[in-house]
Design a protein around this ligand. Structure first.
Ligand SMILES: CC(C)(COP(=O)(O)OP(=O)(O)OC[C@H]1O[C@@H](n2cnc3c(N)ncnc32)[C@H](O)[C@@H]1OP(=O)(O)O)[C@@H](O)C(=O)NCCC(=O)NCCS
Length: 175
């Protein structure tokens, strides 16, 4: 029997990787696709822990790469659930980069990813526990998640702007 509500800490996931030659491009920088793969893995583990089920990636919001991550750097990928909806959940993923000694730590990038939990027998989307936000930051991310969800469902063609609640007026002129 699944719990009705879970906390962010129950599924908080941190994944660390050392950038090796096979992860880089000819300039010696981490390939963007490798970083996105690791973000997807960390986010998926976090989402599966919250859901207590297998999950699939439904969408990835905007990801930008501002500074190159270099061969020999260490990255830490931090994944936390921001909100659970019905069968889907949003995970905030933040990437920090540092030297191997732990010096020069800085934020590299972040993304919001949406995962959907699947029932193990039917392989169809299944209900997941709610998220109970506790801290001010967790509450802020929890509140913003409904707007981000509307935006990604509109952009993926799954929601008509006229049926949106928070973003209807924003898209009004485009209809
Ligand atoms: C994601 C998937 C399971 C949704 O299946 P579906 O039949 O459309 O299911 P539903 O319409 O019931 O939607 C299920 C949930 O997914 C969410 N969802 C579906 N597409 C979404 C998208 N593009 N962005 C965000 N959420 C999405 C819905 O909002 C719904 O969430 P809710 O239950 O919390 O309200 C299905 O599209 C799928 O299997 N996609 C492939 C996933 C995959 O293989 N990922 C790896 C790619 S390599």
């Amino acid at each position: 029997m699944q719990p009705k509500q879970k906390k962010v800490e129950d599924s908080h996931t941190i994944m660390t990787e050392l950038i090796m030659p096979n992860d880089t491009n000819p300039l010696g920088n981490l390939m963007g696709g490798n970083l996105m793969r690791w973000m997807d893995i960390a986010g998926g583990i976090c989402a599966a822990k919250h859901s207590e089920a297998h999950v699939v990636t439904a969408s990835v919001d905007h990801v930008s790469f501002e500074k190159p991550i270099k061969l020999g750097n260490v990255i830490s990928i931090d994944a936390k659930v921001t909100r659970a909806f019905n069968t889907s959940l949003e995970v905030y993923i933040e990437v920090m980069v540092s030297d191997i000694t732990g010096a020069n730590t800085m934020k590299s990038n972040h993304a919001y990813m949406t995962f959907v939990a699947l029932d193990k027998d039917s392989k169809r989307p299944c209900k997941i526990p709610e998220l109970l936000p506790i801290t001010t930051e967790q509450k802020r991310l929890h509140e913003g998640a409904t707007r981000r969800r509307e935006l990604r469902l509109i952009l993926s063609g799954r929601l008509k702007p006229k049926d949106a609640t928070d973003l209807r007026s924003f898209f009004g002129e485009l209809e």
